[in-house]
Unconditional design. Structure first.
Length: 384
């Protein structure tokens, strides 16, 4: 495969911050995002006036201008690209190119949502789906249930294997004081939970929470002056193969197969080199699909890969070390939290859940119904 041009290692994420995870009554989505942004900027020693590029996908800021106004800054570059939960990985890719080209000097990527305290339930984006609506699917869960059912049919994947994903996420969340859902969770708890859209129970589905996250990116030469362990952007790519689930070419293979291959090729590393892996796990089937499509195991082997705590603490691969969207946080979109956790692992600030000698990590985002996929590979100084 021909490797596309990418400014490998020329830019870095210098700080990551989260705020309001779980329930944050009294805050608007923009309030939450702004607080995370202020914390992220302060954490790397910059001032808000140093920020000259903003990347947002806020539910209340369709044009990406309210965030800059709220923060009192005047960016020369703004972007509101929003292909669902993969938006933030695409923002990292865009920011890397813009920084390397000199179009900006310090980029802020921010997100926040008060979905839990504001609405109390998952808020689906208004949509027109003439070939699906007559069947009254639950959006988006029925689309993921369809993919899960097909994977079970083709590869023998079981509900117990899906439950392994949820149980592993909870085990990681139990090491994370910031995680919203903590406490014991067993395979049987998942299997006996209320069915939402067959074969997915409520334990196969992401949380509905409040929360915000923000990261700051600069060029590599400046990054080394700001923090001791920048997370260098080694590769990044996106791919979209469909919009509605009824147009998905193959329900068991996502566009992550393409975005991952391109991002890894740019980075010079492969799946087996990764120390930490952060997936957008809106549903348990996501993790199994992305393990396969990003090359951590062969197609059809994802279910067996996660068995016996394969991705839990102490397992063969550290996946979603903050607890993921299943047990840590999911305020409408989770992608920026996956990036933030990857940065924390590489910077060695993840506390009890910290992976020893973490130098390489991948953060993968997913949008809509397995529609938009985006992958970034991050590394420490040792990986340049």
């Amino acid at each position: 495969m021909e490797v596309e041009s990418f400014p490998r290692g020329k830019t870095a994420i210098v700080s990551a911050a989260t705020f309001g995870i779980g329930e944050a009554p009294g805050y608007s989505s923009l309030d939450l995002a702004a607080k995370a942004a202020v914390d992220a900027v302060a954490a790397c020693g910059l001032k808000l006036t140093d920020i000259d590029a903003t990347f947002t996908a806020l539910p209340s800021d369709m044009f990406g201008l309210a965030a800059a106004e709220y923060l009192g800054i005047k960016p020369r570059l703004t972007s509101g690209n929003r292909p669902g939960g993969s938006s933030f990985m695409t923002h990292v890719v865009q920011a890397a190119h813009a920084l390397e080209a000199g179009a900006c000097n310090a980029a802020l990527i921010m997100y926040g949502s008060n979905q839990r305290s504001g609405a109390g339930k998952l808020v689906a984006t208004p949509r027109s789906a003439p070939y699906e609506t007559p069947y009254k699917p639950f959006y988006p869960v029925s689309g993921y249930a369809l993919a899960a059912a097909r994977h079970m049919y083709e590869y023998g994947t079981t509900r117990e294997q899906l439950a392994e994903v949820a149980v592993a996420a909870r085990a990681w969340a139990n090491l994370n004081p910031e995680a919203f859902a903590r406490g014991p969770l067993t395979i049987e708890d998942c299997l006996s939970a209320r069915m939402v859209s067959d074969p997915l129970t409520v334990r196969d589905c992401c949380l509905v929470t409040d929360g915000a996250a923000a990261i700051v990116m600069t060029r590599a030469d400046r990054a080394r002056d700001l923090v001791s362990r920048p997370a260098y952007v080694l590769g990044g790519a996106a791919a979209a193969w469909h919009n509605e689930i009824t147009s998905m070419p193959d329900l068991t293979t996502t566009a992550a197969k393409e975005s991952g291959a391109r991002a890894f090729a740019q980075s010079g590393y492969g799946p087996s080199d990764m120390d930490v892996v952060q997936f957008y796990d809106a549903f348990t089937i996501n993790t199994i699909l992305f393990l396969e499509d990003l090359g951590f195991c062969p197609k059809g082997e994802g279910g067996r890969f996660v068995e016996r705590g394969g991705i839990a603490p102490g397992g063969r691969l550290a996946v979603n070390t903050n607890g993921g969207g299943l047990s840590c946080v999911h305020p409408g979109m989770y992608g920026l939290f996956a990036i933030s956790e990857c940065v924390r692992q590489l910077q060695g600030t993840a506390g009890e859940r910290q992976r020893a000698n973490a130098n390489l990590g991948v953060a993968h985002g997913n949008g809509l119904v397995l529609s938009s996929q985006a992958t970034i590979v991050l590394g420490t100084t040792e990986t340049l």
